[in-house]
Design a protein around this ligand. Structure first.
Ligand code: CDP
Length: 198
């Protein structure tokens, strides 16, 4: 069976948590496509070459979730040749046997427009920055909340404003605004949407 769940949305909206829960619930494979861009961003050197030669070791680095890696990712993500180099791998993953969940920015619009379920997960910038601040250790986070909020907004603007594969909801995406939803409520909405199509 081929069945793709495309989950897109801005930074720290809850895509990762929802994706993992949906993948676990239905036994689908999960690909965090942001990790591909983060790995290219932190590898250094020519980003196009980095994207063309990405290895499993690059994806296993333990510094991919830092703020710097997120900023570097959104900078290399505007380069069309970088996106092109990562396209085939993501498409193959999306249509693999047994079902797949991919989360990112352009899964429902560019990578897999034929996905059986498309979700667009959002939340206010303040809530998203607060979640990222907590994820980075709260009071022990390397940057104060205000800096993280500014970076979230900067990344949103770059991701939504770029010419190639900008972040936007697919026309047929179900929107889930997690600003005032608990994790369990957001996950329940996503699981219900998938169950309705299976
Ligand atoms: O985890 P978070 O939501 O903060 O970001 P991420 O999903 O790890 O993505 C990091 C950056 O990679 C994003 O800000 C985008 O610029 C880029 N990205 C993209 O362009 N397309 C994707 N499918 C996934 C990520």
């Amino acid at each position: 069976m081929r069945f793709t769940v495309a989950i897109d949305g801005p930074a720290a909206a809850g895509k990762g948590t929802i994706s993992r829960a949906v993948a676990d619930r239905f036994g689908f494979a999960h690909l965090d496509t942001g990790a591909l861009y983060r790995a290219v961003g932190v590898k250094g050197g020519d980003p196009v070459l980095a994207a063309q030669t990405l290895t499993p070791e690059d994806l296993a680095r333990d510094d991919l979730r830092t703020l710097e890696a997120g900023q570097a990712a959104s900078q290399v993500a505007v380069i069309p040749e970088v996106r092109a180099a990562l396209l085939a791998f993501q498409r193959r993953f999306a249509r693999r046997e047994g079902g797949a969940v991919l989360d990112g920015r352009d899964i429902g619009t560019v990578i897999c427009p034929e996905a059986e379920v498309k979700l667009y997960v959002t939340a206010s910038p303040e809530i998203r920055a607060h979640r990222r601040w907590l994820e980075l250790g709260g009071n022990a986070a390397p940057e104060p909340f205000e800096t993280i909020l500014a970076q979230v907004k900067e990344r949103d603007a770059r991701d939504m404003g770029r010419a190639d594969a900008p972040l936007r909801p697919a026309n047929d995406a179900l929107q889930i605004d997690t600003t005032s939803l608990s994790i369990d409520e957001a996950v329940a909405q996503a699981i219900a949407a998938v169950a309705a199509r299976l």
